[in-house]
Ligand binder design. Structure first.
Ligand code: 13P
Length: 257
């Protein structure tokens, strides 16, 4: 973390978990243990059918509501899709773009991710742009090039001004939901490379203002060490964000002086 130049952001990604009733229950639990906001912003990205419930339930909790996906067209005959304006109207502040599960199971390319990033920015929300390599790519030594390409693809045509509203989440695919975490050094190195890519595109001043998260089995045990890396400014948390105590422990790790 480097709180002097950028925000620390702890974000949950519930994926396809939690019904609306479970969302209310989660909020009730959180009310008892949520720490005072200190250094970090907190949000949870929920399934789209739970956004309205979450917006209401999280209101007094200092937890912003995020969406897990968006479609980039404004409106029209796209059965089953949800537009950026629809999310914005429900008080959504953040939208995950290009999660590896969407790339893997739903065929999202860098080009599609880029369109989504623009749609989210144009609607006045903040995209959380996910990038990450497979184990194969890591083992063949192409992690750096691959991620630089994903970052450049996602940010194509994004102005420096709008980039300030973007969060980049580094999520090594081999560490997602596997219990395997990148070591703090591995994660810190890739996040440093992501900042270097942004620096090459936008200059040093802009690059140092961008929040870069780590995601991939972040938990109460490893959060402090990961967050101690200078280029890791928060976490995008799956499994541990479904459990109020664990999520709070991670928030506390980010709040430490
Ligand atoms: P886990 O924390 O369950 O590994 O999930 C990480 C993730 O994919 C967050 O977007």
């Amino acid at each position: 973390m480097n709180r002097r130049y950028r925000k620390t952001v702890i974000a949950g990604n519930w994926k396809m978990n939690m019904t609306a009733s479970e969302t209310k229950k989660f909020a009730e639990e959180m009310k008892k243990i949520m720490p005072r906001a200190k250094w970090c912003d907190t949000l949870i990205c929920v399934p789209s059918c739970n956004i309205a419930t979450a917006a209401k339930a999280f209101k007094d909790l200092r937890i912003a509501v995020g969406a897990e996906n968006v479609y980039y067209e404004e409106k029209g005959a796209y059965t089953g899709e949800v537009s950026a304006n629809m999310l914005k109207d429900l008080a959504v502040k953040y939208v995950i773009c290009g999660h590896s599960e969407r790339r893997q199971y739903f065929g999202e390319t860098d080009q599609i991710v880029n369109k989504k990033v623009h749609a989210v920015l144009d609607a006045g929300m903040n995209p959380i742009i996910c990038v990450g390599e497979t184990l194969d790519q890591r083992e063949t030594g192409i992690t750096g090039d691959w991620i630089a390409l994903q970052v450049k693809g996602a940010l194509y045509g994004v102005s420096a001004d709008k980039l300030r509203r973007c969060i980049i989440a580094y999520e090594p695919i081999w560490a997602i939901g596997t219990g395997k975490t990148a070591t703090a050094e591995q994660a810190g190195e890739v996040c440093g490379n992501i900042r270097a890519t942004i620096r090459s595109l936008y200059g040093a001043r802009v690059a140092r203002s961008v929040t870069i998260q780590y995601g991939g089995s972040m938990n109460p045990k490893n959060a402090a060490e990961l967050l101690a890396q200078p280029d890791i400014d928060g976490g995008l948390i799956g499994g541990a964000a479904l459990k109020p105590e664990q999520f709070v422990d991670i928030i506390n790790a980010a709040n430490q002086d």
